[in-house]
Design a protein around this ligand. Structure first.
Ligand code: NAD
Length: 231
């Protein structure tokens, strides 16, 4: 079975109503990054950080997977499918995907501030000041903040470097180290970028570009792959 690896960003969830970070009207307009998504912000004002993620968790809970999330899942009938996402939402999983590697954490989970291996699934939408793990420490969102290391990066590189086909969907490729995955495709692999405003690093070869939204471009490409078995 050929291996398809898909790398998604905030753009794949845009048509589900979850705002991206950098597009106009994005989240950073209201909440500056350094105030809510850094270890320094957590030290300075945990209540504000929790409020920001509580609002986002509620937004994710009210969103539904879209045609792009569902179309990717159809690839599983013919290919070995792996999804690597920068997204913290769970829309890939709710569309039926199981092999999902979250590079930047998961909004539906919280973790201990003293033992990062202690991760819990949240039953509701809130983490409050005073909510503690069994070890007695404050729970924090299970999110990789700017300035923190990305523990799943090595696993992601292994997947990309063994891909027969690599699909990149809805990402500005501005957040590192995640964006560096585009450099790890094998020489003979085919790669596609689907994004209405595609931003490939200059000089990067081997990629075809589909300048469409995720809900237009992903089902179109999936249909092409399933009917023509190209590559
Ligand atoms: P980004 O905001 O930097 O870039 C968004 C990209 O999506 C842009 O290239 C834009 O052209 C594209 N886009 C906009 N509408 C689209 C559509 N309908 N279909 C396809 N593409 C569309 O997002 P990023 O590159 O993922 O990086 C920012 C960081 O923000 C990531 O680390 C991610 O963790 C985080 N983030 C996650 C979510 C989420 O979980 N849904 C939402 C916002 C931000």
């Amino acid at each position: 079975m050929k291996r398809v690896v898909v790398f998604t960003g905030a753009g794949i969830s845009a048509e589900s109503g979850i705002r991206t970070f950098r597009d106009s009207g994005g989240l950073w307009d209201e909440y500056p990054i350094e105030e809510v998504a850094t270890p320094q912000a957590w030290s300075k004002n945990p209540a504000l950080v929790l409020q920001f993620y509580n609002l986002r968790r509620e937004q994710v809970a009210n969103a539904r997977p879209n045609a792009a999330h569902y179309a990717l899942e159809e690839l599983r009938s013919v290919f070995e499918l792996h999804i690597i996402t920068q997204n913290i939402d769970d829309l890939h999983e709710r569309a039926g995907s199981t092999n999902v590697l979250h590079l930047h954490g998961e909004i539906r989970k919280a973790r201990s501030t003293v033992n990062p291996d202690h991760v819990v699934e949240l039953s509701g939408n809130l983490i409050n000041v005073g909510d503690t793990c069994p070890l007695g420490s404050q729970l924090r969102p299970h999110i990789v903040w700017f300035g923190e290391s990305v523990p799943a990066m090595d696993q992601a590189i292994d997947l990309v470097s063994t891909a027969d086909l690599f699909l990149v969907v809805g990402t500005s490729l501005a957040v590192y180290p995640a964006a560096s995955l585009v450099y790890h495709i094998p020489e003979n692999a085919k790669a596609w970028l689907i994004d209405p405003n595609p931003q490939l690093p200059a000089g990067l070869s081997g990629y075809s570009i589909l300048a469409k939204t995720a809900c237009e471009g992903v089902p179109e490409l999936v249909n092409h792959l399933l009917t023509d078995h190209v590559f």
